[in-house]
Design a protein around this ligand. Sequence first.
Ligand code: PEP
Length: 262
Amino acid sequence: MPRRGLVVGNWKMNGSIAFVQALTQAVGRGVAERERDRPLPCDVVLCPPFTGLSVAGQSLTGSTVRLGGQNSSEAVSGPFTGEISGSMLRDVGCSHVILGHSERRTLFGEGDAGIARKMVAAFREGLVPIVCLGETLSERTAGHTLDVIRTQWLALCPALPEEEEKRSHWVLAYEPVWAIGTGRHATPEQIQAVHGFIRQQLNDHLGATIASRIQILYGGSVTPDNALAIFSQRDVDGGLIGGASLKADTFLAIIDAYLEKF
Ligand code: PEP
């Protein structure tokens, strides 16, 4: 049975309340129209900025489209000015949370160990962590891509829950840093090479059953024009979409590309 896919919109720090409301409603309507023909083979998650989560949740009442946070704290509550906890995300209706995005790593100094601690917190709160990893251009040019991916992934291993059935309830997003927001996406062959490597790592460390259930997304300048070629790769289970998720028609066209895989 094919793995269920996942298409995630990461809106980053964009959008007034009115913008969030209009875009969520438009995506919700578009997904509902597609569901009239057949159940979708993928879930759709929208990650507006924190200030838009509440209104986005209201706009998605009755929709299968789900909500995610763009980051969350490793702490439960307390004196952490500017932070948002996993339970707060749950409270406002989130099912998912993006962790370790390269913008968090490069602009806000997040490292593998801290990301693993955030992952533990997300599991504790019942959120599905979408954990990003990927190499910089200089790391790729130097031929270190797979070493970087291995190091980043191995740092996450201790954060996985003990319970067998929960160990596949998370998502990996391969996002080459040089492809994020640059208009320069990795080729389908480069993407499959890394996704296949990640799948093999999952298989070696977690066993075949769990490895076969974990979704691996690609992110980095995905557009309606390149989405089908990327999604057609064997180990690509969907996408983490930045810029192209800020317009309903382009985001829905990317979802359509995923539907074409089946
Ligand atoms: C992202 O921010 O996760 C991303 C993939 O951005 P973009 O699609 O704009 O490259």
